[in-house]
Design a protein around this ligand. Structure first.
Ligand SMILES: NC(=O)c1ccc[n+]([C@@H]2O[C@H](COP(=O)([O-])OP(=O)(O)OC[C@H]3O[C@@H](n4cnc5c(N)ncnc54)[C@H](OP(=O)(O)O)[C@@H]3O)[C@@H](O)[C@H]2O)c1
Length: 266
C-alpha cells in the first residue's frame, strides 16, 4: 500500500491524482478524506501510531512547517522503521543542512534523521514552488525580497508530485536526494515580468537590503528574529545557490518540467 501524508496539500492532492486509486491518504478530518475521494485514514503526524503502516508499505511523508515539525517527522520515521516499511519518500528543500536558517534547518535535521534511520529513503529537494508566486504580489503590484539579481529555478509542485509518484510506484531506487527545479531559473525582475504578462497588470520586484526586508516583515507582524532570519535567507538564496537548473525531473519523467509561463497560463 502507498500511504500519503499531507494528502490535502499542494503536492499531496496532485500526488493522489497521479497515483489513482491504489493509495491510502492520511487526513486529519474524515471530511477531507471524503472530499479527496480515495481510500483514507484519519491520523495526525503528531500521533505517529495513528498512521497505520505495515511491512512493505511505501510512505510519502510531507506536511507544512510548524514548531513541532522536527519531533513529529522524526517520530513518524521511527514508526515507519519499526513497521518495516519498504520506502519513505519525503519533501525537503534543495541544499539545506541542519544548521540552515528557519524551516530550512528543520528540514536539514529531519533529513539527517531519515538518512540514519535504516529505512530506504528518497528525499525530494525542490527550490521554490511556482504556486506561491502570485500570492506574493501585494495590492500595489509589488513583490518584495532581498534576492538581488539572484536566480531561482522555480518548480511547479505538480512536477514534484509526478516525481514522487514515479518513485513510489517503480522498483525502489537506492537511497538518494533528488534536486528538483523547473526548466529555467529567472531573476525576480524576470518573474515580475512573467507575472505582469499573466495577470494583466504591472508587477514590479522591489529589491531590499536585509535590514529593509527585516523591517518590512516586522511591519507585517513577523517577530523580529524570524523577520531577520527570513530576510537573511532571501539574500542567501540570492547568492546563486538555487540558480542552476537540474535535469532530474526530465530524467525521471521523460518529459521537461513545466515552465513558469506554462504554469501561469494553465
Ligand atoms: N512552498 C515552497 O516554495 C517550498 C519550497 C521547497 C520546499 N517546500 C516544502 O514543501 C512542504 C510543503 O508541501 P505542500 O506545499 O504540498 O504542503 P501544504 O500545501 O502546505 O499542505 C500541508 C499538508 O500537511 C498536512 N499537515 C500539516 N500538519 C499536519 C499534521 N500534524 N498531521 C498530519 N498532516 C498535517 C496538511 O493537512 P491539513 O489540510 O489538515 O492542514 C496538508 O495536507 C514543506 O515541507 C515545505 O518546507 C516548500
Amino acid at each position: 500500500m502507498i500511504v500519503v501524508t499531507g494528502a490535502t496539500g499542494t503536492i499531496g492532492r496532485a500526488l493522489i491524482e497521479e497515483l489513482g486509486g491504489e493509495v491510502r491518504a492520511v487526513v486529519r478530518r474524515a471530511e477531507q478524506g471524503e472530499e479527496l475521494g480515495c481510500g483514507y485514514v484519519v491520523g495526525d503526524l503528531e500521533q505517529p501510531t495513528s498512521i497505520p503502516l505495515k511491512p512493505g508499505d511505501r510512505l510519502f511523508l510531507n506536511s507544512a512547517l510548524w514548531p513541532g515539525f522536527i519531533d513529529a517527522h522524526m517520530a513518524v520515521i521511527d514508526h515507519a522503521r519499526a513497521a518495516n516499511v519498504a520506502q519513505v519518500v519525503t519533501v525537503s528543500v534543495r541544499g539545506v543542512t541542519s544548521s540552515s536558517l528557519l524551516g530550512f534547518g528543520m528540514h536539514g535535521q529531519v533529513d539527517e534523521h531519515l538518512k540514519a534511520s535504516g529505512v530506504p529513503w528518497s528525499i525530494l529537494a525542490p527550490v521554490g514552488f511556482m504556486q506561491n508566486l502570485a500570492g506574493d504580489v501585494d495590492e500595489e503590484g509589488r513583490i518584495f525580497g532581498s534576492y538581488g539579481k539572484g536566480r531561482v529555478g522555480y518548480i511547479d509542485a505538480r512536477d514534484i508530485a509526478a516525481v514522487a509518484a514515479a518513485l513510489l510506484t517503480h522498483p525502489i531506487e537506492a537511497d538518494d536526494t533528488y534536486e528538483l527545479t523547473g526548466p529555467t531559473a529567472p531573476t525576480y525582475d524576470e518573474v515580475a515580468a512573467e507575472l505582469t504578462r499573466a495577470l494583466g497588470r504591472t508587477v514590479r520586484y522591489l529589491d531590499l537590503t536585509v535590514e529593509e526586508a527585516t523591517a518590512h516583515l516586522e511591519k507585517r507582524g513577523m517577530p523580529s528574529q524570524a523577520a531577520h532570519d527570513l530576510a537573511e535567507l532571501m539574500s542567501q538564496i540570492g547568492d546563486g545557490r538555487w540558480a542552476s537548473t537540474t535535469t532530474t525531473v526530465a530524467d525521471i519523467l521523460g518529459r521537461e518540467p513545466r515552465s513558469l509561463r506554462e504554469f501561469l497560463g494553465s
